[in-house]
Design a protein around this ligand. Structure first.
Ligand SMILES: *[C@@H]1O[C@H](CO)[C@@H](O)[C@H](O)[C@H]1NC(C)=O
Length: 173
């Protein structure tokens, strides 16, 4: 069955991403559910909770990063962490961006998602040291990949790239 559940639970808080990106730690403020309406603009930012806004920001930043990195790749148009990844091509493009000699991108077939997943995950494991948190067989059984699983995997891939010095992180003051 899906390994994702376990994985999603145990990754996350340990991520470097938050500190790397300089997202400030925010204090929870009781009772405030939604972010800044116009009436609140002069007040300090009032986040709904300690984790929700930064999780959202982290997710969006990671999505933007994926979009930027795969932008030159034909057949990849990432808008979310679910169906955008279902044929495996987006994973391959992202991995190929960092390891262009590992495989030939142009011969990949979007009708062979299983092969694509396996190629991407095995290459990421071999060359980036990224643990294969996702399983190709699990993924092809879903209508669309669970976004939490994809998100977790991409976080891990990103972390491995940072560790290898392949992603330059902006140090913010
Ligand atoms: C996710 O993005 C894909 C394009 O990459 C789009 O076809 C799909 O409708 C989107 N799914 C959701 C749930 O937004």
């Amino acid at each position: 069955m899906c390994v994702c559940v376990v994985v999603c639970l145990c990754v996350g808080p340990a991520m470097d991403w938050r500190s790397v990106q300089g997202v400030p730690r925010l204090r929870p403020i009781a009772g405030i559910k939604r972010k800044a309406s116009p009436a609140v603009t002069s007040a300090p930012i009032c986040p709904p909770s300690a984790t929700a806004p930064s999780t959202k920001n982290v997710k969006q930043m990671l999505l933007d990063w994926c979009r930027a990195k795969t932008e030159p790749y034909e057949g990849v148009d990432i808008h979310n962490f679910s169906s955008s990844w279902k044929d495996g091509i987006a994973f391959c493009a992202l991995v190929h961006r960092f390891f262009p000699d590992a495989f030939e991108y142009s011969i990949l077939n979007p009708n062979k998602p299983r092969d694509n997943f396996q190629l991407a995950f095995s290459t990421a494991e071999r060359l980036a040291g990224c643990p294969p948190l996702l399983d190709a067989d699990d993924l092809i059984q879903m209508d669309e990949p669970d976004w939490k699983c994809v998100y977790t995997y991409i976080q891990e891939f990103y972390r491995c790239l940072v560790e290898k010095g392949l992603v330059k992180t902006k140090k913010q003051p």
